[in-house]
Design a protein around this ligand. Structure first.
Ligand code: HEC
Length: 398
């Protein structure tokens, strides 16, 4: 019953997380776009009122006219819309999923004894620490002189994130490492909103209300953080879907693949942001494409040397079947017997000979190539048993 409840909480949490995330990324992409398309106001009296840029748009059958003030308008309007709950709810729902799946069920999703034999509390503490440390280091960097130089800042962040990816991949299961990397970036993004952008805006509003001169530094700081957020977005979104792709997180060099894909995502975003200003050079997209193609080439499945045992394919199948029954069907069954599973994961059943034969290539992929299964190696498969699967698969007619 418990695992059934967890399944529902996970469904609702994931659904909500996606909706909040779309709202956040949508609003944030929109405002980056808006900001980069602002033009000098046409009316002199707008300029006199402190308007720095304006934009006309047509959408949904209506015309919109947005104006951005250099610092703040002469008078605040009665209603002022804020954008923060999109960010906060995305983070809260994400943390809900993190707790429910990766921390509460750490022995399934987070700990991989063949990577590091962590106890559950230690694994969770490392997970929490990674989120906190990520923010502290990033925030320090932003407050230092480094942040004034975009390229230097990007280079230092790349080195730092590579180190984080490497360390996480030495401690957690591949998917656990990836999700913590993504959650760390997501935490930085939401902390930028909560600790820099929103407090700055509060001070601007307070200054107007108290008749103080609003401090333009808030606009400058807020802009810096929101520009960073826009480049973090694509890497974070890759991580959020990465658990579907064992070929990435399950690889020996999973940390490098993670950094490569993140870099490609950020570079693609650079191109789109540049395009907002008119014609953009496609060079960053080309670099991203080269990185993606390079990764795809580097991790392409290589033929695995299988020692022929001389057994016929009938006998090999019988051996493979007993490995699958021993190591896989406790989860991949109509009624799983493994604690924590209410239904066969991904609907994949590996009980009958027909089911096993039908799934031959995915079984091979998950057990031999990426070694993603058995998840967390909870059923303790041995390398010899993986070899049995490989031999059987190789013996199949193709
Ligand atoms: C402890 C439970 C457990 C065991 C044992 C287990 N799996 Fe899985 N399996 C899972 C979970 C959980 C997923 C879903 C992972 C996800 O959400 O991406 C999964 C997914 C899969 C998938 C689908 C992968 C995809 O991305 O579509 C295949 C194929 C698979 N397992 C094969 C196996 C094989 C073969 C074995 C035995 C060598 C095995 N599993 C053992 C829990 C288990």
């Amino acid at each position: 019953m418990e695992s059934y409840i967890i399944e529902w909480l996970s469904l609702l949490g994931r659904w909500a997380h996606m909706i909040f995330g779309i709202a956040w990324v949508g609003a944030s992409f929109y405002f980056v776009w808006l900001d980069n398309h602002l033009q000098k106001p046409l009316q002199q009296n707008d300029i006199d009122r402190g308007v720095g840029g304006e934009l006309w748009a047509v959408h949904g059958g209506g015309f919109y006219h947005s104006q951005k003030y250099q610092v703040a308008p002469p008078q605040l309007p009665g209603t002022l819309h804020w954008f923060k709950w999109e960010a906060y709810t995305t983070w809260l729902s994400g943390m809900f999923l993190m707790v429910l799946l990766y921390w509460y069920q750490a022995e399934i999703y987070l700990i991989d004894p063949s990577v590091a034999d962590l106890s559950k509390p230690v694994a969770i503490i490392i997970g929490v620490a990674s989120l906190v440390i990520g923010w502290l280091v990033y925030d320090r960097l932003c407050k230092s002189a480094v942040a004034q130089n975009d390229l230097l800042m990007a280079a230092i962040l790349l080195v730092f994130l590579t180190a984080v990816a490497y360390v996480l991949c030495q401690l957690f299961s591949g998917r656990g490492a990836y999700i913590h990397f993504g959650a760390m970036l997501g935490t930085i993004m939401v902390a930028n909103v909560a600790h820099v952008i929103i407090p700055g805006q509060r001070d601007l509003v307070a200054a107007k209300k108290e008749g103080r001169e609003p401090d333009p530094i808030h606009g400058i700081n807020g802009k810096l953080r929101s520009v960073h957020n826009t480049y973090f977005t694509l890497p974070v979104l890759f991580v959020m879907i990465s658990n579907h792709y064992a070929m990435t997180y399950g690889h020996e060099y999973n940390w490098l693949i993670l950094i490569g894909l993140s870099l490609a995502g950020a570079l693609i975003r650079v191109y789109f942001v540049k395009r907002h200003f008119g014609k953009a050079s496609p060079v960053t997209v080309i670099i991203a494409a080269v990185i993606l193609a390079g990764i795809a080439w580097a991790i392409a499945p290589k033929p695995i040397a299988v020692q022929s045992s001389g057994a016929d394919s009938q006998a090999l199948f019988a051996q493979a079947q007993s490995v699958v029954q021993l190591r896989c069907s406790s989860c991949h069954a109509q009624v799983p017997t493994q604690a924590g599973f209410a239904a066969p994961p991904k609907g994949i059943l590996l009980e009958t000979p027909e089911e096993i034969l039908a799934q031959a290539s995915t079984i091979y992929q998950q057990t031999v190539v990426t070694r993603a299964m058995p998840i967390g190696n909870l059923t303790g498969i041995s390398d010899e048993e993986r070899g049995v699967i490989a031999q059987w698969f190789e013996s199949l007619p193709r």
